[in-house]
Design a protein. Structure first.
Ligand code: ADP
Length: 176
């Protein structure tokens, strides 16, 4: 049975992958409401705007009744408190995630003692998957259909096909 607790799932989601979606779907089984919150992180230059990412997540989670998609900047715990959310939901893939995630969880605990971070282990098939991996494959023309929701794959291809078209050198008439 689902609890009545609201959980925030914060992240960059640039773009949402099937690994993120797996965490959201499993979170929805555990919590009364899952708010997927897109962080506006000035330290990263994203491929997609916040608006695009919010739309992508909304389209990918339309089948889930207890998901809400939002954006925020500032402290995650303050955002959580303002939405009466007691849980921060995060996914853990490999050991390298663990150090940073644990550090963030401890830091957030010092900021808000009543907010708990709950980690879900990545499903086996997605334990290697990240938004960066998806972008790297697509940049070089590889298929990402098995890694992201179908509508997102189309948007990624569009981004990189524009890039490729723009970087195609114009033939100098003298070369003809
Ligand atoms: P951030 O910039 O906050 O790391 P991400 O969008 O990269 O944002 O990730 C958001 C959360 O989703 C993080 O907790 C991350 O560990 C988790 N996550 C990312 N990819 C996967 C995946 N393939 N399986 C499970 N969890 C994942």
């Amino acid at each position: 049975m689902r609890s009545s607790i609201t959980a925030i799932y914060p992240g960059s989601f640039d773009p949402i992958t099937l690994g993120h979606l797996d965490i959201i779907e499993r979170g929805c089984q555990l919590f009364g409401r899952v708010i997927v919150a897109v962080v506006t992180n000035p330290n990263k230059t994203p491929l997609f705007s916040v608006d695009q990412r919010v739309q992508q997540i909304k389209a990918s989670t339309a089948h889930l009744a207890n998901v809400h998609v939002d954006r925020f900047n500032g402290l995650t715990v303050e955002y959580a408190q303002s939405h009466d959310a007691k849980v921060l939901l995060r996914g853990l893939r490999v050991l390298s995630d663990f150090e940073l995630e644990l550090q963030m969880a401890h830091t957030n605990k010092t900021l808000s003692a009543t907010t708990e971070t709950v980690f879900l282990a990545a499903s086996n098939e997605y334990s290697f998957l990240s938004s960066s991996v998806v972008k790297e494959i697509a940049r070089f023309g590889g298929s990402v259909n098995h890694l992201v929701p179908a509508s997102v794959a189309q948007e990624i291809y569009q981004c990189y096909s524009h890039d490729r078209a723009a970087s195609t050198p114009t033939k100098h008439p003298g070369n003809l």
